[in-house]
Ligand binder design. Structure first.
Ligand code: SF4
Length: 476
């Protein structure tokens, strides 16, 4: 298991459109608004109804398509992907969408999420003679499709989707249809929109605003969305479903202007801040948030307490994200380059610093230090989510407890490690209530809370042994 220093990174954004004369261009703009979900690679595949054509490369979307590559992607339908590598390495062969050519047809495939039985399925398929071209678990679905032979893509897909387990939002494109599928827990968001006669599907609704699409509905767990020249129709590949929407989408991953299950992400974060203020009030002079994802919660905290919200920390937008830097030392320098404390705001003040989460503690320690160096008299850290104490196996890149500071230290110890005057986290109930229980009759109101409490909504399959071993290692 990797002990490499990494941040908290989500995996991937997907976007697709059917029946629009500028399909590839719209996909480009849709993906652009999903770039926060992955910056390591990007690709688009389009179809003119006869062939599928694609372009993909490592890097940001604007770099991947900077030499006019979009112009070659003709046709009225397309799918695209922005990638953060969780399963599989950082090589070009793992950048999606993948394009497969079968005897009489072609298929493009894009995936957001992480399979928890990919290793087992891959071994089985290899024993049967399958040859994998990538180390990504996305390719497993294509091999399962090839193996299943009902003669209908849709039926083959239903069989295959019942074999893969974990978190997945898939998008598939053939010469004559676009298909989207969401896992039986609906871990990752996926929504349908419409521009005139064209349907679009995207990881987040913020992409609809960018391309001028109207929201139609969310894709529900266990659903298959089939879009072709006859319109849109919906089937189910399983009826055994529950909502376990990743709560970290609300806390950190999604853009504040997106809605998930009808709940606006900024408003949910603001409520997290308000609830945090009720649970963990402290006398102070200013409230500040760590840009960008904690600003909404900081506004909520300030509104609830009456302590003024100030821009105590500024982000330099032109520095690449810190996770590409390999060592802790470089990572800390990266944080310094990326954020600055505003002396004029914090000097001599008691500061409440709101952050959305603490992963390893490295970044928090550096930010507290920045505030102190800028003259803050006191720094009180308030975290707008509960302690991250368990690994995620459904599409976030932390899969070992050793990597999480809250799995190894008490809140008091973490407070000491990050050098704060006080530290409090939001409670689990506080988070669930702040999001607003989109599915009130389901566990945690339809949220996955496993990161915080280890209550995984599925079996862990390939990860069970690793998970148990990490628990044992901690208790020794
Ligand atoms: S374990 Fe955490 S990060 Fe993973 S899906 Fe559940 S809430 Fe999201």
């Amino acid at each position: 298991m990797s002990t490499e220093i990494k941040g908290l990174n989500e995996e991937c954004g997907i976007f697709g459109i059917w029946n629009h004369p500028s399909a590839a261009q719209i996909t480009y703009y849709g993906l652009h608004s999903l770039q926060h979900r992955g910056q390591e690679g990007a690709g688009i595949v389009s179809t003119d109804g006869v062939t599928l054509k694609g372009h993909r490369n490592l890097g940001l979307l604007a770099d991947v398509f900077k030499h006019g590559e979009l112009d070659d992607l003709v046709g009225k339908s397309a799918i695209g992907h922005v990638r953060y590598a969780t399963a599989g390495g950082k090589s070009l062969s793992n950048v999606q969408p993948f394009l497969f050519h079968f005897q009489n047809s072609s298929l493009a495939l894009a995936h957001n999420g992480n399979l928890i039985n990919a290793k087992t399925l891959r071994n089985e398929l290899e024993e049967e003679g399958a040859i994998f071209q990538t180390s990504s678990d996305t390719e497993v679905l294509a091999h399962l499709l090839k193996r299943s032979r009902t003669g209908s893509l849709l039926e083959d897909l239903k069989v295959a989707l019942n074999q893969v387990k974990g978190g997945f939002a898939y998008m598939l494109l053939t010469e004559n249809e676009l298909i989207a599928a969401l896992d039986p827990n609906g871990f990752r968001p996926l929504s349908i929109g419409k521009i005139g006669d064209a349907y679009v599907v995207a990881s987040e609704t913020c992409a609809f605003d960018t391309v001028g699409a109207e929201f139609v509905r969310d894709v529900e767990p266990g659903e298959l969305i089939i879009i072709n020249d006859e319109g849109l129709h919906i089937e189910k590949f399983t009826a055994d479903v529950t909502h376990s929407i990743c709560s970290m989408e609300y806390v950190y991953f999604a853009r504040p202007d997106s809605n998930i299950a009808g709940i606006n992400v900024h408003s949910a974060r603001k409520r997290m801040g308000k609830r945090l203020a009720q649970e963990a009030f402290i006398e102070a002079d200013v409230v500040t948030g760590v840009p960008d994802s904690s600003i909404s919660a900081a506004i909520g905290y300030a509104e609830e307490t009456g302590i003024p919200y100030e821009l105590g920390l500024i982000k330099n937008r032109y520095v690449a994200r810190t996770f590409i830097q390999p060592s802790q030392e470089l990572r800390e320098q990266g944080v310094k380059m990326k954020l600055s404390a505003v002396r004029g705001v914090v000097e001599g003040k008691r500061v409440v610093m709101i952050d959305d989460s603490i992963v390893r503690g490295t970044t928090s320690r550096r930010i507290v230090q920045l505030l102190r160096e800028a003259g803050a008299a006191e720094v009180h850290v308030r975290i707008a989510s509960p302690p991250l104490a368990f690994p995620c196996f459904y599409g976030i890149d932390i899969q070992t407890r050793n990597e999480l500071i809250a799995a190894n230290y008490s809140v008091d110890e973490i407070c000491h490690i990050i050098g704060a005057d006080s530290l409090t986290y939001l409670s689990e109930d506080g988070l669930v209530e702040a999001v607003g229980r989109p599915y009130p009759n389901e566990p945690y109101g339809g949220l996955c809370m496993a990161y915080f409490n280890g209550d995984y909504p599925t079996e862990l399959f390939d990860y069970e042994q690793e998970y148990l071993a990490s628990l044992e290692a901690k208790s020794r």
